[in-house]
Ligand binder design. Structure first.
Ligand code: PHE
Length: 337
C-alpha cells in the first residue's frame, strides 16, 4: 500500500489529485483504514505488529501528501510571481498632467514684476457695492461716464464690479489716510458685452495704485516703461495718450509698440504699430479725500491693465474667447515644460 500510495503522490499534479489520494488511502473507507479496522480479527500477537506497521505506513503517506502539497503551493506561488513580475526597465506610461492656464501664468508674471518693484498684491470682492465701484471713484449716480461701463446690476446697490478700481478705494480706506503704499490687485471683472473676438462679458484686470508724498506723472511713466520692457523686451517703447477717467486727473491711455505685425493688414495693432494695453493717471484729489487721504499732502498714480490683451500681444493670440472656451488644444500650447 505504501509503495503504491507514494508513487501516486509523486505523480500527482495538483491539490485536487492529492485530495483524492488522501481519501483513497487514509479516508474513512480508505484502504489503510480498512486494514486498521480489520485488526479486531487478528490474534493478540499479530495485533501490535500489524498496528505498528499500519501506523508507520499512515504517517509516511500523510507526510508525503503534506510535502507534495507544500511543493505544489510553492510552484503555484512562483508561477504567480513570475506572471506578475514588473519589468522596471520598461519606459513608463506618460501621465496626463495639467498646467497653469495661460491667463494665470501671465497674471503671476505681472505680479512678480510688480512685487519686485515693492508692490503688495491685494484682492477685492467681485460682487461689489455701487459705492465702491462708482461713487468712491468720483462717479456719482447719474454721471454720464457710468455709461462707459455697461454694468450687470444685482440690486440697486449691488453689482458685478466693472473694473478692479474699487480696490483702490478699499485699500486707501484700510490705510486710514496715513500710510504710503504700493499695491496691485488682479481679478475678474464683468461688463454687459456681446462676446466676440475682442470682447468678453467677463475678463481680468490688474489694478495698480501708488500713494505717497510727491508721487508724479513721471513716476507713472517710468514704472510703466519698466514694466513694458520687462514684459515684452528692451526694444519696446511705450506711448501715453491723453484720455479721460473720472477717478484720475490727468488721465492717460498707454500704448505699446507692436512688433507682432505691422502695416495695414495687421489685426493686432490695426496697422498703427501700437496697441493699447492700459488706462491710468494721477489719482483724482476727490478720490483721495473721499478715502481719507489729504490731497494737499498725498498724491498718487493708478492704472488698470488687461492681462488678456497682454497675453494676446505677447503670444499672438487673436481671439479673446480662447481664454474662456477651455479648449485643451489651445491651452496646452502655453504650458511650460
Ligand atoms: N478702471 C479703468 C477701466 O477699467 C482703468 C483705470 C484704472 C484707469 C486706474 C485709470 C486708473 O477702464
Amino acid at each position: 500500500i505504501q509503495a503504491e500510495a507514494l508513487e501516486k503522490v509523486e505523480q500527482a499534479k495538483n491539490p485536487k489529485e492529492l485530495q483524492e489520494i488522501r481519501v483513497t488511502y487514509l479516508g474513512k473507507k480508505g484502504s489503510l483504514t480498512k486494514v486498521l479496522k480489520g485488526m479486531g480479527k487478528l490474534s493478540k500477537e499479530e495485533r501490535p505488529v500489524v498496528g505498528q506497521i499500519a501506523n508507520v505506513v499512515r504517517d509516511a503517506i500523510a507526510k508525503a501528501l503534506d510535502d507534495k502539497s507544500e511543493m505544489l503551493e510553492q510552484i503555484a506561488l512562483e508561477k504567480q510571481l513570475e506572471s506578475e513580475a514588473i519589468d522596471v526597465t520598461l519606459p513608463g506610461r506618460p501621465v496626463n498632467v495639467g498646467g497653469p492656464h495661460l491667463l494665470t501664468s501671465i497674471v503671476e508674471e505681472i505680479e512678480d514684476l510688480f512685487i519686485g518693484m515693492g508692490y503688495e498684491v491685494r484682492e477685492g470682492p467681485e460682487v461689489e457695492t455701487d459705492y465702491y465701484n462708482f461713487e468712491a471713484l468720483n462717479l456719482p449716480k447719474n454721471h454720464p461716464a457710468r455709461d462707459m461701463q455697461d454694468t450687470f446690476y444685482i440690486t440697486n446697490e449691488l453689482l458685478m464690479r466693472t473694473h478692479t478700481s474699487p480696490v483702490q478705494a478699499r485699500t486707501m480706506q484700510e490705510y486710514k489716510g496715513e500710510k504710503p503704499f504700493k499695491m496691485i490687485c488682479p481679478g475678474k471683472v464683468y461688463r454687459r458685452d456681446t462676446d466676440d473676438a475682442t470682447h468678453s462679458h467677463q475678463f481680468t484686470q490688474i489694478e495698480g495704485l501708488y500713494v505717497d508724498k510727491n508721487v508724479r506723472m513721471s513716476d507713472l511713466k517710468g514704472t510703466l516703461d519698466k514694466f513694458a520692457k520687462k514684459m515684452f523686451g528692451e526694444e519696446r517703447e511705450i506711448r501715453l495718450r491723453p484720455s479721460f477717467f473720472p477717478f484720475t486727473e490727468p488721465s492717460v491711455e498707454m500704448d505699446i509698440s507692436c512688433k507682432v505685425c505691422q502695416g495695414a493688414g495687421c489685426s493686432v495693432c490695426k496697422g498703427t504699430g501700437w496697441i493699447e494695453i492700459l488706462g491710468g493717471g494721477m489719482v483724482h484729489p476727490k478720490v483721495l479725500s473721499m478715502a481719507g487721504y489729504n490731497p494737499e499732502v498725498y498724491s498718487g498714480f493708478a492704472f488698470g491693465m488687461g492681462p488678456e490683451r497682454i497675453a494676446m500681444l505677447k503670444y499672438g493670440v487673436n481671439d479673446i474667447r480662447g481664454f474662456y472656451l477651455n479648449d485643451k488644444r489651445f491651452l496646452k500650447q502655453y504650458h511650460k515644460a
